[in-house]
Design a protein around this ligand. Structure first.
Ligand code: CO
Length: 492
C-alpha cells in the first residue's frame, strides 16, 4: 500500500471508523491455506508464527469495557516451502466457557468490564477472569497462552486446542501468575551458555513482591527469586542482561476503594503520577556473587514495553523503552473506541543509561515518532544490538493508531518506514532471521495488518534490510487487533 492520504480525512492518514472496525468481535475459528494476494512467500522462511490477542469485544452482545479484557484468541501461521497454513482458536479458559454458556458477563475484569446487574453484584468480588490474551510462547515442548494476572493456559501447538492451566511442573502455585513478557536468552553465561526462558510475576498490593524465574529448555527451574518493593506496582514488562533483571516501577497510585465497592474495575483505580520518578530495580540474577539489589530513579513517564537491555561495561547498563509522557486515567464512562488519539501523548523510544556505581540515570530520546511493540533479533536479547523494529504511526509527529512499521538503526540513526495507511493498521512486528544471515537485519519482518478496505486481516512479509514488501497473504476474515506473539522454527 502506498502512503496516499485518505481524501475524506485530509488531516489524518486514517479514518477513525476504519480503525474502530478492527475491534469487532471475531467468532469464527477455522483452519485453511492462505493465498498470496501479492508477491510470494520466501521458501527459506520455515517455522510457525503464533499470535495472541482479544478475539471477543463483547459477550452475548454486551460490549466489554477495554480490549485488554477480551477473551484470548490465538492464531498460528505455519510457513513451509513457500506455503502458509493458518488457524485460529479461542483459548477455552474457564471464564470463556462459563460466559459463552451463559451468554452474559459473569466475571469482573481488570480493565473495567464488570458483571451485569450493577455495582452490588461486583462489590467485594476480587476474582478476575483469566483471559489468556496477551502473549503466546512455545518453550520446553509447551505452547502457553499468557496473561499477567493468572496461570498460563497450555494449548496443543498443532490444533490450538486448550489443554488447561499449567503450573510449570509445580513451580507456580494455583493462585500464582506468570507475566506475559518472558525473554528467551539464547546463550546464558550464568547457565552454562544454554538457552533459557526468563520471566517474572508481580504480586501487587499495598506492598509488592517481584518474583523472577529462569527455566532451561526442558522447563526445569534454574533460578528463582523474590524481591519485595514498597508500594503498589504496575509492571507489565521487564528487561534482562546477562547478569541483571531490570524492573521499571511506573509511578502510579492505586485507590482500592471504588474497586472494592464494585464501582470501578481495578485498572480504572490506577492513577499515573507523571511528576514522580520511576523507581528502577536492578536485581542481580546470580546471587552467589554477593551483589546487592540496586535502586535508581529517573523521570521516565509511563512504560509498558522495553525493547532490549545490555551491559555497556561493568558499571553501566542500557535499557531501551517506549515511554509515554502522560497516560490518561481509564474513564469508566467512556468507550475505548471513542479515543481521541490527537489528545494523547505518543509512545516514544528512549534509551536509559544506568550507572550502577553512582546510582544515576541518563536518558536520551531516540525516536520521537509515535511507536509501540518494539522487537529485535532473537539472538540479541540482553546483548548490544543495532536494530529495533516497531509499530508506528503513519505521520512522523503526534499520536495516532499504528499504521506503519519502523526500523531504527542505533548506529546511524537511520530509519526505514513501511506504511499500510490509509486503510491498513499494523500489529506488533516479528523479526525472523534468515537461516544463513550474515548481518543483523538479514531476515524478514512479519506483521498481521487489519485492512479496513476489505474488512479482513492480511499477513505481510517485509525485508528486514529495507522494509520492502515481499508478500501479502489474505485471511478470510479479520482478526481483532492483537497484542503479542512469537516465532518458532518448528512447523506445526
Ligand atoms: Co505487552
Amino acid at each position: 500500500m502506498t502512503s496516499v492520504l485518505n481524501q475524506a480525512n485530509t488531516n489524518r492518514p486514517y479514518s477513525k471508523q476504519d480503525w474502530q472496525q478492527g475491534y469487532e468481535s471475531q467468532r469464527r475459528e477455522e483452519a485453511y491455506w492462505l493465498k498470496p494476494v501479492s508477491g510470494s512467500v520466501p521458501k527459506q522462511l520455515k517455522g510457525t508464527l503464533f499470535r495472541n490477542g482479544p478475539g471477543l469485544l463483547d459477550i452475548g452482545g454486551i460490549p466489554i469495557k477495554h480490549p485488554f479484557d477480551g477473551d484470548g484468541m490465538v492464531c498460528a501461521f505455519t510457513f513451509d516451502k513457500g506455503n502458509v497454513y493458518f488457524r485460529n482458536r479461542f483459548v477455552r479458559t474457564q471464564g470463556f466457557l462459563e460466559e459463552q454458556a451463559a451468554g452474559t458477563i459473569l466475571y469482573r475484569n481488570v480493565f473495567g468490564t464488570q458483571k451485569t446487574g450493577g455495582w452490588w453484584k461486583n462489590a467485594f468480588d476480587f476474582q478476575f477472569k483469566n483471559v489468556a490474551n496477551t502473549n503466546i510462547i512455545y518453550w520446553g515442548g509447551k505452547l502457553l497462552a499468557l496473561w499477567e494476572g493468572g496461570l498460563p493456559y497450555r494449548l496443543d501447538p498443532h490444533t490450538l486446542e486448550t489443554l488447561g492451566t499449567d503450573q510449570l511442573e509445580g513451580v507456580l502455585e494455583a493462585e500464582d501468575a506468570f507475566a506475559a513478557h518472558p525473554w528467551i536468552e539464547p546463550q546464558s553465561v550464568i547457565n552454562n551458555h544454554q538457552p533459557c526462558l526468563i520471566n517474572f510475576y508481580v504480586d501487587a498490593g499495598l506492598s509488592t513482591t517481584l518474583h523472577t524465574y529462569e527455566f532451561d529448555s526442558n522447563f526445569q527451574l534454574l533460578r528463582n527469586q523474590r524481591h519485595p518493593v514498597p508500594g503498589f506496582a504496575f509492571i507489565h514488562d521487564f528487561a534482562i542482561t546477562p547478569h541483571y533483571y531490570i524492573f521499571f516501577q511506573n509511578p502510579v497510585k492505586f485507590n482500592p476503594i471504588p474497586y472494592a465497592l464494585g464501582l470501578r474495575g481495578a485498572g480504572e483505580c490506577i492513577k499515573f503520577q507523571p511528576q514522580q520518578n520511576t523507581r528502577i530495580w536492578v536485581i542481580p540474577r546470580n546471587r552467589d556473587r554477593g551483589e546487592t539489589v540496586k535502586q535508581l530513579e529517573v523521570n521516565a513517564g509511563f512504560i509498558f514495553h522495553h525493547g532490549n537491555a545490555f551491559e555497556l561495561n561493568e558499571h553501566q547498563l542500557c535499557v531501551d523503552s517506549i515511554c509515554y509522557a502522560d497516560l490518561p486515567d481509564v474513564d469508566p464512562n467512556s468507550d475505548f473506541r471513542d479515543v481521541d488519539f490527537e489528545a494523547l501523548d505518543p509512545g516514544q523510544l528512549w534509551r536509559f543509561t544506568l550507572n550502577l556505581d553512582t546510582a544515576t540515570v541518563e536518558k536520551e530520546l531516540a525516536e520521537p515518532r509515535c511507536c509501540e511493540f518494539p522487537t529485535i533479533h532473537p539472538q540479541k536479547v540482553g546483548q548490544p544490538y543495532r536494530y529495533v523494529f516497531m509499530g508506528t504511526a503513519h505521520q512522523s509527529r503526534g499520536n495516532a493508531p499504528l499504521q506503519a512499521i519502523l526500523k531504527y538503526d542505533w548506529q546511524t540513526q537511520q530509519r526505514h518506514v513501511w506504511s499500510a495507511a490509509p486503510r491498513g493498521f499494523v500489529s506488533e512486528p516479528t523479526f525472523v532471521p534468515k537461516p544463513e544471515a550474515e548481518t543483523e537485519d538479514d531476515g524478514w519482518v512479519l506483521t498481521l495488518i487489519y485492512n479496513a478496505a476489505k474488512h479482513c486481516s492480511e499477513l505481510v512479509i517485509l525485508a528486514g534490510s529495507n522494509l520492502e514488501e515481499i508478500a501479502r497473504l489474505e485471511l478470510k476474515y479479520h482478526i481483532p487487533y492483537g497484542l503479542h506473539g512469537s516465532w518458532v522454527s518448528q512447523c506445526f
